[in-house]
Ligand binder design. Structure first.
Ligand code: APR
Ligand code: PHB
Length: 389
């Protein structure tokens, strides 16, 4: 088989790239290790920057999102007895959109299928060959048979555990990582959200987040120990702990119900450099991970896709390789700022096992400064709604 762009990974990064390229007449094949149902069963974050929304529009997949999304003009931050709002609209003129990553992925699959896009599921042993030459190819197995795709470029959109990043030799690759000594326990429940905005809450028992998907579907998280498992937490124990970690006025009106999903994710910051090796380009979780505080995971994937898509267009339409040559540099410049914001917001609101009384006073001072200072809030809001591409 031959295609212009072989895309490894059928998560949001790979599907969005494939759909955008298709609209410009550039052919791609997506290879996905799991089944479609498996990919759509993963519950991930649900806050989209306007840059992401614009890309969905450009990809022609925004109809359901535009009809069902909820616009958020601000967020609530709480820390101990300190409680305040950050007004994105007032501070930046912009907003974010609540629309689940699962729905984004579903819309992209529907669009790819409607257009007859090539997606191969349950691929095994995907291997990228000759990425540093002018003629790369990809081999993979399905049902015990080997297949080969010859291509111009390979997009590594295969997440943190994929093969693309590992294809770049260790002599070229540099990895930066920070692990946090806790995880997030998240639940989804068919209950109305406790508040119309998100609540990010630091408390002496640890961090909590009140989020949502729609008016009858809520997503809540609590900071938990890395040794915890979802089975350790009954729904009742989760709700009791959440109520203890959020301001009383919200705890009093929290509507609880059975969880329809419960999972734990460890927190990690990770970046690999460079994001390009020859004709292989890394995108999304394959290249970088952020802790979820600030909801930058999917949004950083989107900015990578924006840079790569535009670079490929420039290459195919104008024969100019400037965009793809500068891909890694452009993507990383923005990624590191999102890494900084996610790290800083995690530090601001979580309890760390080794924090002493001094550290806690500094944390409170940081929160107080953010509450009192319009410029500080403006910096927070600019990062939250998304820095320009
Ligand atoms: N071959 C083929 N597919 C693979 C391979 C492989 N060797 N390894 C992984 N995959 C697939 C995974 O099964 C997954 O469906 O690649 C896909 C990667 O998808 P994601 O992990 O969702 O990563 P990405 O598309 O970059 O999405 C960005 O933003 O909110 C964050 O982490 C969140 O998923 C989210 C991400
Ligand atoms: C979510 O709704 O899942 C969510 C929202 C905001 C975050 C992280 C996760 O910062």
């Amino acid at each position: 088989m031959r295609t212009q762009v072989a895309i490894i990974g059928g998560g949001p990064s790979g599907l969005l790239l494939s759909q955008l390229l298709h609209r410009k007449g550039i052919d791609s094949i997506v290879l996905e290790r799991k089944t479609k149902d498996y990919v759509l069963g993963r519950i991930r974050a649900g806050i989209l920057e306007t840059g992401f929304v614009d890309l969905m529009r450009e990809a022609g997949v925004a109809n359901r999102m535009d009809a069902e999304c909820i616009i958020h003009d601000g967020t609530v931050i709480s820390y101990g007895d300190t409680l305040f709002g950050v007004d994105f609209k007032d501070l930046t003129g912009s907003h974010v959109v609540v629309y689940g990553q699962t729905e984004v992925t579903r819309d992209l699959y529907e669009a790819r299928e409607a257009a007859g896009g090539k997606i191969v599921f349950e691929t095994e042993a995907v291997t990228i060959h000759d990425a540093d030459s002018d003629a790369p190819h990809v081999t993979y197995m399905v049902d015990g048979t080997e297949h080969r795709i010859d291509c111009d470029f390979v997009a590594g959109c295969d997440g943190f555990h994929g093969v693309s990043r590992q294809t770049i030799p260790l002599t070229v690759r540099r990895e930066y990582e920070k692990l946090y000594p806790f995880g997030w326990l998240g639940i989804l429940s068919q209950t109305p959200p406790v508040h119309h905005e998100l609540i990010y809450s630091g408390s002496d028992r640890g961090f909590a987040l009140c989020s949502m998907r729609n008016e009858n579907l809520s997503r809540y998280y609590i900071q938990c120990s890395l040794s915890d498992t979802p089975e350790d937490w009954t729904d009742a124990a989760f709700w009791t702990e959440l109520k203890r970690r959020i301001p009383e006025e919200y705890a009093d009106r929290l509507v609880t119900g059975p969880s329809i999903e419960k999972s734990i994710a460890p927190l990690r910051s990770f970046v690999t450099e460079p994001m390009r090796w020859g004709r292989l380009f890394l995108c999304g979780d394959a290249a970088h991970i952020v802790p979820p505080t600030g909801a930058k995971g999917l949004n950083t994937a989107a900015s990578d896709i924006h840079y790569l898509y535009n670079g490929l267009l420039q290459y195919y339409a104008e024969g100019d390789s400037e965009g793809i040559d500068r891909y890694s540099e452009k993507a990383l410049t923005r990624i590191w700022k999102a890494e900084r914001f996610s790290w800083a917001t995690t530090n601001l609101l979580h309890r760390f096992p080794d924090q002493n009384a001094f550290d806690l006073k500094i944390q409170q001072a940081d929160v107080d400064f953010l509450r009192e200072n319009r410029e500080a809030q403006s910096v927070f809001a600019q990062n939250y709604v998304g820095l320009p591409y």
